[in-house]
Write a protein that binds this ligand. Structure first.
Ligand SMILES: *Cc1c(COP(=O)(O)O)cnc(C)c1O
Length: 387
C-alpha cells in the first residue's frame, strides 16, 4: 500500500526517463532537432495515423487544429459542455463561435442525440467543426458523430487527451483513437496527469497531408523554405505561432511512449479492481457508463454518486477523502455555465451536463498505485459517505 497522499492522477517518471532527458540536454539540439521527428514518428505508429505534429501542449494542439482547418469569424464549433475549458477556448482564439452540446448524463459524452440537438440549435449558421471529447478515456460513437458532422458540412476534431491507447470496436473493425478512421484530426496532451507525460506537451494526428502541412506552419511562425532556394531564404504567407515542443521534452516523450503498453495494462488492471470493489456500493455509487464499442484505457476513474441519497454534500465527501489521504477531482464544471460563455452566448439549459456535474467524482488512478490502494480508496469513500 502507498503511504501518504494519493492524488487523483500523477506522472510515472523512472530512471531511464531521467537519463533520456539528460542525454537530450547534452546533445546538439535543445529544440528543433531530430528528437522531435523521432517522437512524432513513434507516436503516429502507436496510434496508427499518417501524420503526427508535436506541439507545446494540448491547448496549442487544439488552436493549431482550428488554424489548419481555416476556422474563423462567423464559423461555429460544436463542443460538449462537459470538458476542459480549452476545447471551447480554441474556437474563441480564432474568432469562431461555440454552440455547446449536452452530454449523456451517465457517460458524460457527446452522443448522436445530443449532437443532433446542438446542430438543431445551430441551424442556419456555418457549423465548421464538431469536437467530441473521449471523457476519462471512454470513446464516443465516432462513426455516427462523423456522419452527422459530415452531413452538416463540418469536420470532426477529436479532443483526445484522455484517450491515448483507447479504441473503438465497430463491427469487426477496431479503430484506435487518433488513427483518423473517423475524424479529420485528433489532439493529445502530455500534461503530467495524462497517460504519458512530457511536462507540457501536445500532439495533433491526421491522415490528411495538407492538414499536416498547415499544422506545421501554424506551429512555427508560418515559415516555409523552398528546397534549392537561397539558403537563408524563408517566406511567410500567413502568420503562425511558436508552439514548438523542445527536443528535451520529446526525449521524455519517446521514453514514456515506449512504456505505454505497461502503463495501459496497469491502468486497465487498476480499473478492473475498482469495478469489483465498487460493485457492492451500487446504486449510491456507480461507475460512469461505458458506451457501446468503447474499449478504454481510462485516464480518470470517474464515479457517479447520489449525494442526496447518501445525505452528504460533495464538498463534505471531498474533504473527508482528503483527510484520509485520498485525492479526488471534479471532471468537469459544465463549460457553458462559465461566466465568459454565459455572457457571450446567453442562458442555456443542458440537463445531461447538469446531472453529470451534480454526481461526478474522479478517484485516484495512475500506474504507480499499488493494487491495495484501490481498497484503501474505496474504504475511504464508503466511510466518507457514511460517517
Ligand atoms: C488536458 C486537456 C486539454 C489541454 O491540454 P494541455 O496540455 O493542458 O494544454 C484539453 N482538453 C482536454 C479534454 C484535456 O483533458
Amino acid at each position: 500500500m502507498t503511504e501518504g497522499f494519493l492524488p487523483y492522477g500523477r506522472q510515472t517518471i523512472e530512471d531511464d526517463d531521467i537519463a533520456a532527458v539528460a542525454a537530450a540536454l547534452k546533445g546538439d539540439y535543445l529544440t528543433t532537432g531530430p528528437t522531435v521527428e523521432a517522437f512524432e514518428t513513434a507516436f503516429r505508429e502507436v496510434v496508427g495515423a499518417g501524420h503526427a505534429v508535436a506541439c507545446s501542449n494540448g491547448t496549442a494542439a487544439l488552436h493549431m487544429a482550428m488554424l489548419a482547418a481555416r476556422i474563423g469569424p462567423g464559423d461555429v464549433c460544436i463542443v460538449p459542455s462537459i470538458t476542459f475549458l480549452a476545447t471551447a477556448n480554441c474556437a474563441a482564439y480564432v474568432g469562431a463561435d461555440v454552440v455547446f452540446a449536452d452530454v449523456d448524463p451517465d457517460s458524460g459524452l457527446m452522443t448522436p442525440e445530443t449532437l443532433a440537438e446542438a446542430l438543431d440549435r445551430a441551424k442556419g449558421r456555418r457549423v465548421r467543426a464538431v469536437l467530441p471529447v473521449h471523457l476519462r478515456g471512454d470513446v464516443c460513437d465516432l462513426p455516427a458523430l462523423a456522419a452527422m458532422a459530415g452531413a452538416a458540412g463540418a469536420i470532426l476534431v477529436e479532443d483526445a487527451p484522455h484517450a491515448l491507447g483507447s479504441s473503438l470496436k465497430v463491427g469487426n473493425h477496431v479503430a484506435r483513437v487518433g488513427d483518423g478512421a473517423h475524424s479529420a484530426m485528433a489532439t493529445f496532451s502530455f500534461h503530467p496527469v495524462k497517460t504519458i507525460a512530457t511536462g507540457e506537451g501536445g500532439m495533433v494526428t491526421t491522415n490528411d497531408a495538407d492538414l499536416a502541412g498547415r499544422l506545421r506552419l501554424a506551429r512555427s511562425h508560418g515559415m516555409t523554405r523552398t528546397p534549392g532556394a537561397d539558403p537563408w531564404l524563408y517566406e511567410m504567407a500567413e502568420p503562425g505561432l511558436n508552439y514548438r515542443l523542445p527536443d528535451i521534452n520529446c526525449a521524455l516523450g519517446l521514453s514514456q511512449l515506449a512504456k505505454l503498453p505497461r502503463f495501459m495494462a496497469r491502468r486497465r488492471a487498476l480499473a478492473a479492481l475498482y469495478e469489483v470493489a465498487l460493485a457492492p456500493l451500487a446504486p449510491t455509487i456507480r461507475l460512469a457508463a461505458r458506451p457501446e464499442g468503447s474499449d478504454p484505457v481510462l485516464h480518470l476513474l470517474t464515479v457517479l454518486i447520489d449525494f442526496e441519497a447518501a445525505g452528504k454534500s460533495r464538498r463534505q465527501v471531498v474533504e473527508a477523502l482528503a483527510a484520509k489521504g485520498v485525492g479526488s477531482q471534479v471532471h468537469y464544471i459544465p463549460v457553458h455555465s462559465q461566466p465568459y460563455w454565459q455572457t457571450r452566448n446567453g442562458p442555456l439549459d443542458l440537463p445531461g451536463a447538469k446531472a453529470w456535474y451534480d454526481r461526478c467524482l474522479s478517484l485516484p488512478l495512475y500506474p504507480s498505485m499499488a493494487d491495495d490502494d484501490v481498497a484503501r480508496v474505496v474504504d475511504a469513500l464508503q466511510t466518507s459517505l457514511a460517517g
